[in-house]
Design a protein around this ligand. Structure first.
Ligand code: URA
Length: 209
């Protein structure tokens, strides 16, 4: 069964408070999302495997640990997911970045894929699917289904804010995908917005309305 991690690190919580604040403008919002994504990437990579190598310090030989070369793929869901990519790349600059674009069909209200471009060796990578908001869960479920179809097997999902409804549906649809959240909120409102949430993540990141 999928595990759900809610990061209670004080720095993440502090920055998330300003991200939520309606008075926070686009520039600051973007910078804060970037910073929180970096802090979350630090936590999410805690289980990355290490290997021992020998080096020489100015004083003596030493056995030290380095990452054992596991490859990462960051997969933002367009468009708001893009806002979290650079923050992760700050820590893992060698990661490859794929994109999944989805829109909501106005009649069925179901997410429909319109763009997919992924690293070719997806099966060998640990994939982190990112979207700031896990609301109904529809986009996350569809994006993860889409990358599984193309070979991804080792997948984590990372978001800033989640609604309990979305977490439950995502866990049910993809029990093999652990979920990493900065803030687990109360509920969804009738318009599909997370309450209290932060509003429309894409609009706040890109300054649109
Ligand atoms: N997407 C957003 O950007 N905000 C929400 O509250 C829900 C979905």
């Amino acid at each position: 069964m999928a595990k759900v991690y809610v990061f209670d690190h004080p720095l993440i919580q502090h920055k998330l408070a300003f991200i939520r604040d309606v008075k926070t403008g686009t520039k600051e919002f973007r910078e804060l999302v970037d910073e929180v994504a970096t802090l979350m990437a630090f936590e999410i990579t805690r289980d990355m495997p290490l290997k021992e190598v020998e080096i020489e310090t100015p004083v003596s030989k030493a056995k030290v640990k380095v990452l054992s070369g596991k490859k990462l793929g960051i997969i933002p869901i367009l468009r708001a997911g893009i806002g979290m990519v650079d923050g992760i790349l700050n820590l893992i600059p060698a990661a490859k970045v794929g994109h999944v674009g989805l829109y909501r069909d106005p009649e069925t209200l179901k997410p429909v894929e319109y763009y997919v471009k992924l690293p070719s060796d997806l099966a060998e990578r640990e994939c982190i699917v990112v979207d700031p908001m896990l609301a109904t869960g529809g986009s996350a479920i569809e994006a993860i289904t889409s990358i599984k179809k193309r070979g991804a097997v080792n997948i984590k999902f990372m978001c800033l804010i989640a609604a309990p409804e979305g977490v439950e549906l995502l866990k049910e649809a993809h029990p093999d995908v652990d979920i990493y959240i900065a803030g687990l909120d109360e509920k969804l409102n009738d318009h599909g917005y997370i309450v209290p949430g932060l509003g429309d993540a894409g609009d706040r990141l890109f300054g649109t309305k």
